[in-house]
Design a protein around this ligand. Structure first.
Ligand code: HEC
Ligand code: HEC
Length: 206
């Protein structure tokens, strides 16, 4: 049975990201309704594998299912405001939401490329230590040492920096309406540089 992992590794090494994304993939079995929703709606912006092409659409691959279920219900029921997502989640049944979240969370995150190393270093400091001088808590204390999150807390590792920045600004201004006070308190104390730096750092994490 040693040849299988070797084969997988070899094909990974010789395939480009896009070829790999098109390869046949297995995942949780989807009902026809969920599969159709993914292929005709979600995939347009988030990609079928959860690797969105544009930085304004969050990457969903490997994001936690319970966190996504909550966000999708919040979009559907209007608790989290988004022009794109309120429309997309409208009318989705609870069971379909669970299937969609299960699908995207089962997708492996693609390799990441780091941004400006100086900014990323500042970002790493904020992420692991917070800012003791302005009372910002270390992000790692909730989102995990590697930014992988927990069932209820979002994975941040590898997320598009532009999306992370937008969310932090929205938390800061109380425009992301479905959060409790936690992220507002933190984000409202971050400077423009810190927001940018932590987003660049996270974008390069695997
Ligand atoms: C027209 C583009 C578009 C389509 C189609 C779309 N989305 Fe989104 N999605 C977005 C945008 C933009 C956001 C970020 C919203 C915000 O800024 O708050 C988002 C956010 C999300 C989030 C929250 C991610 C997070 O980290 O908090 C989830 C989950 C999600 N989408 C799932 C889906 C699913 C499932 C579908 C299919 C039913 C779908 N989306 C279809 C654009 C789209
Ligand atoms: C005390 C715990 C806690 C700490 C510390 C914390 N967060 Fe969060 N964060 C959360 C929770 C809880 C959510 C989910 C909110 C929701 O359900 O909408 C969240 C959500 C987020 C999101 C939205 C992710 C998405 O996919 O939409 C970002 C970005 C984020 N946090 C960044 C940070 C950064 C950067 C730091 C450090 C400066 C930080 N967080 C520190 C608890 C925390």
């Amino acid at each position: 049975m040693k040849s299988l992992p070797t084969l997988v590794l070899t094909s990974l090494l010789f395939c480009t990201g896009s070829v790999f994304a098109q390869a046949k993939v297995t995942g949780p079995k989807l009902s026809p309704a969920a599969l159709e929703t993914i292929e005709t709606r979600c995939a347009l912006c988030h990609g079928k594998e959860g690797e969105s092409a544009s930085a304004v659409y969050p990457r969903l691959a490997a994001q936690h299912p319970d966190y996504m279920v909550k966000q999708l219900k919040d979009f559907r029921d209007g608790r989290r405001k988004s022009d794109a997502m309120n429309e997309m989640a409208k009318g989705l049944a609870d069971e379909v939401i669970v299937e969609l979240a299960g699908w995207f969370s089962s997708r492996a995150p693609a390799a990441r490329r780091g941004g400006d190393p100086d900014l990323a270093a500042v970002g790493r400091y904020i992420f692991t230590k917070g800012n003791p001088y302005s009372g910002v808590a270390a992000c790692a204390s909730c989102h995990g040492e590697k930014g992988h999150g927990t069932q209820q807390l979002p994975r941040l590792a590898g997320q598009h920096p532009a999306y992370v920045e937008t969310q932090l600004k929205e938390f800061g201004k109380r425009e992301r309406t479905n959060d409790n006070a936690v992220m507002h308190t933190i984000a409202s104390k971050l400077t423009e540089l810190e927001v940018h730096a932590v987003a660049v750092f996270l974008g390069g994490q695997q």
